[in-house]
Design a protein around this ligand. Structure first.
Ligand code: FUC
Length: 733
């Protein structure tokens, strides 16, 4: 659950969500629900592949409209409800509303004739949202209303309790919400709970549905007993212990990693922070520090335990029909929500995402069969719900993306690379990754013209055009195969599929350099753009957007490592591409997530100044007053991607080495970071002065040698021309 605290003085609004409250999926109204898949679509795939080979544009266009899924049953995430607290405080002074990110709660403070304080937190430990209203005198008078946004069967008010039961019309999903008010004042109940003459009122809330992430029914037990139990336990535990338990659990995660870019406390409120950071560089550093931790805070608060992963709006969605259904988008967004999880020491928060991907295997087999005629292997396309929606979208141009599922496999595999937990790899990661790789073994076609195994048709996310073996898909498939081989080695798996991958992996060849020195996005690009002087014109002719927000052809730069400095020609070509697509340092696409994605790319290009310039642009154009990233609307991916981007500027985990301070800008003259992680199971704490590494502590669960580059790149910004490579023996101390 999550809650948005508005901090109002007349009627306070506490707007809450529960992650599984979704319309769509299996339902009595939809007895034929099959995750959007349309049977026998494979026939069109064959025709599409033929048409692409023969450059038969008419048939390609026709087949595009056939290679889609249905829309009915997709559904949407939804706001759950509001606790409205009528309080009527006037003549207020010294008003403050803030998230105390170190303490893990929200506070509202002000003075009327007495001092008033409110504390709000959502406890993962005790499964309850706690709201305390407190006064220094016995003068609190308030009324509590529960407003449920979705269809309701019944709301009951009884003494200090309000309960709401309901069932969504669309899919019959049952829900149950309960609030209880505890106070030292007097209580009377009618169509609300009225409290008078109190010094405190604690409102506990729990809400649940009967959703269960289990194919094919996606239903579990009626939630009533569990909710009652949770509230009873919360009452027994009491406010002080609930807060203590919440903070203890929160701090374990939050305190693991800290970043210091300036030794000065920030006393500005969020809007002033945003406004002042344009001119004042010290404020900019404070802003970056805060937003770095805010991305971690959002993930800690929306992705824990045995639950669904964070969706596009985490657990902070106040609409019935949010943009993109506030779903799971796999063509960059879900990946980005989790990019910072490992590097900023929050690997536990990735587990809901891993569980979710594992849950797509069974429905994804249906898609593999219906659209690709494949009996062994699973796949899913661009967008997903909690109900195994694995088909292509209902429009080919954004909906067809079989490699989207495979891109997510990197988010899964990184769990192992950062934690080195072999058992977890064997039980929770490898089977899903391997079966996705098997899908591709069966789905790739050998193309004589390109002399490669290719994905066909392929489509750059939200960009296109439809082509054979575009860079996005080839790169993802290549990396998928590579990681499968690496995992097979760790787990001693030598079966026939692994042997197959070994044979074809060298014939995937994702990258090539085009005739104006760029990393090509499409294999055919050189054919289209013969006269380089008119490349922008040719782009338009092929309906490609010059400054498109998706940087799909540069996945090899970030998040993968293919286009690294070890591969210098491609590395340089990547620079040409990002300059063209992103318009140099500034970038022109408005969406928040795209700007932080470009920051990650500049960080990988070791260009701290351009990375900072992208961040400036993002921070001043895409951040709301409450620090949410605006696509617009609010999308959590941009906030998380921001944290990942800062992480990339601080540390790079290459295949065989680690680089510290790979892309810090001159603005970050001095600083320190603690508890930042690298692949291989290492945790680093270090400080820098004048851009040079100053102190370093490494801790690792394993005795290993690590090759570390320090000051290799930043040296040049600070007029030093040395880069150092050290080989460090890491031991258990
Ligand atoms: C991708 C992006 C859009 C948006 C959507 C949720 O499709 O291209 O910009 O972020 O996800």
């Amino acid at each position: 659950m999550g809650e948005c605290v508005f901090g109002r003085l007349d009627t306070e609004r506490l707007q809450f969500n529960e992650k599984s409250l979704w319309r769509g999926g299996p339902s009595e109204n939809r007895p034929d629900y099959r995750g959007g898949n349309i049977k026998d679509s494979y026939n069109y795939l064959v025709k599409m592949q033929e048409a692409l080979k023969n450059r038969d544009k008419k048939t390609v266009a026709k087949m595009k409209s056939k290679l889609v899924g249905i829309k009915e049953g997709y559904g949407s995430y939804s706001a759950f409800g509001n606790i409205n607290v009528k309080i009527d405080h006037s003549n207020v002074t010294d008003y403050k509303r803030y998230l105390d990110i170190d303490e893990g709660y929200i506070k509202v403070e002000y003075n009327t004739s007495s001092h008033q304080e409110r504390i709000h937190f959502a406890s993962f430990e005790d499964k309850v949202i706690v709201n305390r209203f407190k006064s220094e005198k016995l003068d609190l008078n308030l009324s509590i209303f529960l407003d449920i946004v979705v269809e309701q069967d019944k709301i009951e008010y009884k003494e200090n309790t309000i309960t709401a039961f309901g069932q969504l019309k669309d899919n019959g999903m049952k829900y149950y919400a309960k609030i209880v008010a505890l106070t030292d004042g007097t209580i009377s109940t009618s169509n609300c709970i009225k409290v008078e003459n109190a010094s405190f009122v604690d409102i506990y809330l729990t809400a649940k549905t009967n959703y269960k992430n289990e194919y094919p029914t996606y239903r579990g037990e009626d939630p009533t007993a569990e909710v009652d139990n949770i509230i009873d336990n919360a009452i027994k535990t009491g406010f002080d212990s609930l807060l203590e338990r919440h903070q203890e659990a929160y701090r374990i995660l939050y305190n693991r990693n800290s970043l210091n870019l300036i030794d000065k406390e920030c006393n500005l409120d969020a809007p002033s922070l945003l406004a002042n950071s344009v001119e004042n560089k010290e404020v900019m550093l404070q802003y970056e520090e805060i937003l770095y931790q805010y991305g971690r805070y959002l993930l800690i608060s929306s992705s824990r335990g045995n639950n669904l992963p964070a969706n596009l709006q985490g657990v902070w969605c106040d609409e019935l029909n949010p943009a993109w259904s506030s779903d799971y988008h796999l063509n960059v967004n879900l990946q980005m929500c989790y990019w910072h999880a490992y590097v900023t020491n929050l690997h536990e928060c990735a587990i809901p995402m891993i569980d979710y991907m594992n849950s797509l295997v069974k429905p994804g087999r249906v898609t593999a069969k219906d659209y690709h005629n494949i009996d062994r292997g699973w796949v899913c396309h661009t967008q997903n719900t909690p109900f195994g929606w694995t088909c292509p979208g209902w429009d080919f141009d954004w909906g067809w993306s079989p490699a989207a599922s495979s891109w997510m496999m990197q988010n899964m595999y990184d769990y192992y690379l950062y934690t080195q937990d072999k058992e977890f790899l064997r039980d929770n990661i490898y089977p899903t990754v391997k079966e996705n790789a098997i899908f591709w073994i069966n789905n790739l076609k050998y193309d004589e013209n390109q002399d490669r195994y290719v994905s066909s048709p392929s489509y750059s996310p939200e960009h296109g055009p439809v082509s054979i073996g575009n860079t996005y898909e080839q790169e993802i498939i290549y990396e998928l195969f590579k990681m499968t081989l690496d995992m097979a080695k760790v787990l001693n798996d030598e079966d026939k599929y692994i042997e197959n991958i070994k044979i074809i992996i060298d014939k995937i060849q994702p990258y090539s350099v085009g005739n104006w020195g760029q990393v090509k996005e499409w294999f055919e690009e050189d054919d289209w753009i013969k006269n380089v002087r008119f490349k922008n014109f040719y782009y338009k002719r092929h309906k490609a957007v010059i400054h498109h927000r998706h940087m799909s052809h540069l996945l090899g730069l970030y998040p993968y490592n293919y286009l690294s400095r070890d591969n210098i020609d491609l590395f340089n070509a990547a620079k040409v591409s990002i300059d063209h697509r992103g318009l140099g340092a500034q970038g022109v696409d408005g969406s928040g997530w795209s700007k932080v994605n470009k920051t990650c790319l500049w960080a990988r290009l070791k260009n701290g100044e351009n990375a900072q310039a992208q961040l400036d642009n993002f921070l001043h154009k895409n951040i709301a007053n409450n620090l949410w990233d605006l696509h617009p609307p609010y999308q959590m991916d941009g906030n998380c991607g921001f944290t990942a981007a800062i992480g990339e500027m601080l540390i790079y985990s290459g295949d065989n080495y680690i680089e510290l301070l790979p892309a810090i800008p001159s603005l970050w003259k001095n600083g320190n970071v603690s508890g930042i992680c690298a692949k291989g199971g290492h945790e680093f704490s270090y400080s820098w002065e004048n851009g040079q590494l100053n102190s370093l502590t490494i801790s690792s669960k394993f005795v290993k040698k690590v090759k570390i580059y320090v000051n290799y790149n930043t040296a040049k910004y600070f007029n030093k021309n040395i880069g150092e490579i050290v080989e460090v023996e890491v031991n258990n101390d």
